[in-house]
Design a protein around this ligand. Structure first.
Ligand code: AHM
Ligand code: MG
Length: 347
């Protein structure tokens, strides 16, 4: 008998995770980790929305006897992420932009997943009320990194540094949450790219972008062009080419740059185009970090049919040697990334 869909039926992140679990695309342990990340994102969304008002509270608090400095939102977001993952009981190790070294999460019940994240990327935008986001990746646990081996914590941590440093191609899941005019969680467990928009009336992430496909081309570029003079000649040639109206049938590429990776990347996924953070004279590997910025975003873009490249190789193939290692990044529509790669290959 055919079941009719009720008009009140919602496809939420929770119901989607259950369906994916039934289909054998992930196990309940990983679903629990993802749910706890979604909870952290809801909490951060609320903090970001209220940050201006909270700052007023903070200013009053500064006069108070305890004299404690109000914590910056990125430090608070780091705590929110770490607490949510600890409470999940499935996470063994976390590596965060806000921590020097990977941290072992105690009280692990089972799973011992390795979670890498940037809890609040683009936080320099916060005071102006501009979009920011959280980025995360989940790796399988590994034996070298035994959280119960507390006899030699230093050695354990050293192993964990190596263990956390797996190439992006071994990610089990990755995603980001954009805090903007709406709060959107984009997610992949290796079976396509899915987006969920937060509905504050229901308190849930609702499926809004099922199986998103990144446009194959797109005439929008997002680079910090202030660094142009430090770029290699072939990259400058590429950029000059984008502005050459004649070459593109009368209309050159459009420039869009927020300076908030999650926002710039989200637009690139939806509208097509390219986001770039190349190396330059002063910073040969650019600015963005491989483990918790470039690898998760490259995993997502590939799941939508796009590409993530260092300009010379696939980001997901880069095996990191350090937790906070940087790589140049060119990411977005397949044809657009191939175009910049073709220029750089001539160098
Ligand atoms: P952050 O992790 O310190 O917030 O820096 C990362 C941010 C990205 O969101 C953004 O794409 C980039 O830095 C912008 O850098 P720039 O200001 O050099 O253009
Ligand atoms: Mg960051």
């Amino acid at each position: 008998s055919a079941q009719t869909k009720s008009e009140y039926e919602l496809s939420t992140l929770t119901t989607w995770l259950l369906k994916e679990e039934q289909a054998g695309h992930l196990d309940s342990e990983l679903a629990t980790v993802i749910s706890s990340i979604a909870l952290a994102c809801k909490q951060i969304a609320s903090l970001v929305t209220r940050s201006g008002i909270s700052n007023l509270t903070g200013a009053a608090g500064a006069a108070n006897f305890s004299g404690e400095d109000q914590k910056k939102l990125d430090v608070i977001s780091n705590e929110v992420f770490a607490n949510a993952l600890r409470a999940s009981g499935r996470t063994g190790i976390i590596a965060s932009e806000e921590e020097d070294l990977p941290v072992s999460v105690e009280e692990t019940y089972s799973g011992n997943y390795v979670v890498v994240f940037d809890p609040l990327d683009g936080s320099s935008n916060i005071d102006a009320g501009i979009s920011v986001g959280s980025i995360f990746g989940v790796y399988a646990p590994s034996e070298e990194c035994d959280v119960n081996d507390m006899e030699n914590p230093e050695k354990m941590m050293e192993n964990c540094v190596i263990n956390v440093c797996q190439p992006g191609s071994s990610l089990l899941a990755a995603g980001y949450c954009l805090y903007s005019s709406s709060t959107v969680l984009m997610l992949s467990i290796g079976k396509g790219l899915f987006g969920f928009t937060y509905d504050s009336m229901v308190g849930e992430f609702i499926m809004s972008h099922p199986n998103l496909q990144v446009p194959e081309t797109g005439k929008i570029y997002a680079f910090n062009e202030g660094n142009y003079q430090g770029w290699e000649p072939k990259l400058r040639e590429y950029m000059d080419g984008l502005k050459d109206a004649e070459k593109w049938g009368g209309k050159p590429y459009s420039a869009r740059y927020i300076g908030s990776l999650v926002g710039d990347f989200h637009r690139t996924l939806l509208y097509g185009g390219i986001y770039g953070y190349p190396g330059d004279n002063a910073n040969p590997n650019g600015k963005l970090r491989l483990l918790y910025e470039c690898a998760p975003m490259s995993y997502l873009v590939e799941q939508g049919g796009g590409k993530g490249s260092t300009g010379r190789e696939r980001v997901l193939d880069v095996c990191p040697e350090k937790v906070h290692q940087r790589v140049p990044l060119f990411i977005g529509s397949k044809k657009e990334v191939e175009n910049v790669e073709a220029y750089l290959a001539q160098a």
